[in-house]
Design a protein around this ligand. Structure first.
Ligand SMILES: [Zn+2]
Length: 491
């Protein structure tokens, strides 16, 4: 008995020593003391320009409507009038697959060295509509572009007119100093990202393809400097996303006998469908902190306080604990697996008529580890009922994973650190779709990052209410793009 006790104590001691040792070696070196580099900017003017841009209702889901088309035309005219030097020096090509709606703009800034592959910087200026019924919840009207002491308010302030305007400000400033980039810089302002980029972004990619342009890398929206999202980390984390999830929609069609509802069979189409949904709910797709999500936490966790660091340093022991903590929050859970969200249901058209068919629509966001066909197969096996058909409506696989070691990633990280000071940088995964999935077909690497700091509170503004951005962020974003364009040529 005594021997067993001593043995157990010994094993515990070794285990504890191992855990502590791994934790000690998992700590990060202090963040590199980067010299901050910024120039004097006319903040009031930048704020005013974004404010004016917000007033155009460039709502891509309403592009069929003549008044929306007029807003697009007016926005493009406003851009030309607001940034005349830029338009004179680098007249943009107007592009769009629909000849009547060539609202996407491509500025080409020729580099000194034609042998270097170019880079592509992009932002979209279309916005989503304000959700009907939420207008009153806005502290400032969504299309007035109100500027107060600290913020610019309105639809598009975060997503993504802010980036579009910061790019315009940067290019204007650099042109005023007769700057010429080392490698060619393309600046794309796209007009239909929120509806899939079918007309505008696609036309830009086609044009670049025709011209034989192969960017070394592209930079577009998809993440931010995240402040207060990760427990134990005080400052913002620059999450430069190197991949994005895919998109998949399936219909589950359950068939049953029709007839009068007074004499239902044991299983109606709705019962069958309901059981199928319950089965799918009970059989989640594989999940876990490995691959890209693991790399993200490996970049961040060494900066955490001892307790959390101990857990992440010993994932062989505490992996399950970490996974369940991350699974508990929808935001972090979505990074670990393919998400499955039933969104639409339909069955009989009359209360006393049995449906012959009941249909559930499920929207899935595909993790890079999963494949569309395998997911469909997984759903079929989970349902395990021949009376239910799984129909694929739409399937777009996850993007490629771009390199976090390539020059583009490093240039973006450095520009962020020179703008914001010592900052943790981590590669990440965008959990929704962006224009980058089109850019990755021509660029070696595609990065998803907006150079602004967002807090949890800010996130309700994305496609929601009270969207706003701080003037400070706008100045920093302009500074970031300047540093990026200046430095990107060198390596
Ligand atoms: Zn966006």
């Amino acid at each position: 008995m005594k021997k067993i006790l001593i043995g157990t104590a010994l094993i515990l001691c070794v285990l504890t020593a191992l855990v502590l040792l791994r934790t000690a070696s998992y700590s990060a070196p202090p963040l590199a003391a980067v010299e901050r580099a910024s120039v004097e900017l006319d903040r009031a003017q930048i704020a005013r320009h974004l404010s004016e841009a917000i007033r155009f209702r460039t709502i891509s889901s309403q592009l069929e409507e003549p008044q929306t088309q007029a807003q697009y035309e007016q926005f493009i005219a406003w851009l030309a009038a607001t940034y005349p030097e830029l338009h004179r020096a680098l007249p943009p090509a107007r592009l769009g697959r629909n000849p009547q709606r060539q609202y996407s703009l491509l500025f080409t800034w020729p580099g000194k060295n034609a042998d270097l592959p170019p880079i592509l910087l992009s932002a979209h200026y279309d916005v989503v509509p304000v959700i009907p019924g939420t207008e009153d919840e806005w502290q400032q009207p969504p299309y007035d572009g109100v500027v107060d002491d600290t913020h610019i308010w309105g639809r598009g302030a975060l997503d993504d007119k802010s980036a579009a305007i910061a790019l315009m400000e940067t290019a204007t400033q650099l042109l005023a100093q007769n700057f010429q980039p080392e490698r060619t810089v393309y600046i794309a302002l796209t007009h239909d990202e929120e509806t899939g980029g079918e007309e505008g972004t696609a036309a830009i990619v086609e044009k670049l393809q025709q011209d034989g342009v192969k960017p070394a890398w592209s930079l577009d929206e998809g993440s931010f400097l995240l402040h207060g999202f990760i427990p134990g980390i005080d400052g913002p984390v620059a999450s430069i996303n190197v991949a994005e999830k895919g998109y998949m929609t399936v219909d589950l069609v359950a068939r049953g006998q029709g007839g009068h509802s007074s004499m239902p069979p044991r299983d109606t189409a709705v019962d069958i469908l309901a059981q199928a949904l319950v089965n799918i709910h009970g059989a989640p797709l594989p999940s876990g902190l490995e691959g890209l999500s693991g790399e993200m936490f490996d970049a961040i966790a060494p900066h955490m306080p001892f307790g959390q660091r101990l857990l992440f340093a010993n994932r062989w022991l505490f992996g399950g604990l970490i996974d369940s903590a991350l699974e508990a929050q929808p935001g972090t859970a979505a990074m670990l697996h393919t998400t499955v969200a039933p969104t639409m249901l339909s069955a009989s058209v009359k209360e006393n008529v049995l449906p012959i068919e009941a249909v559930a629509t499920i929207n899935l966001r595909v993790h890079p580890r999963d494949h569309i066909e395998d997911i469909a197969q997984h759903l079929k096996s989970a349902i395990n009922d021949d009376r239910v058909e799984v129909k694929l409506r739409r399937g777009q696989p996850a993007s490629r994973v771009s390199s976090a070691d390539a020059a583009g990633f490093k240039a973006i990280a450095e520009a962020a650190q020179k703008t914001y000071g010592p900052t943790i940088v981590a590669p990440g995964l965008t959990i929704a779709g962006t224009d980058s999935r089109r850019y990755e077909t021509i660029a070696d690497n595609s990065y998803r990052f907006n150079p602004m700091v967002v807090t949890r509170e800010d996130t309700s503004g994305f496609h929601g209410t009270n969207e706003r951005i701080s003037i400070e962020n706008m100045a920093n974003a302009t500074n970031f793009y300047r540093l990026l364009i200046e430095q990107a040529g060198a390596d």
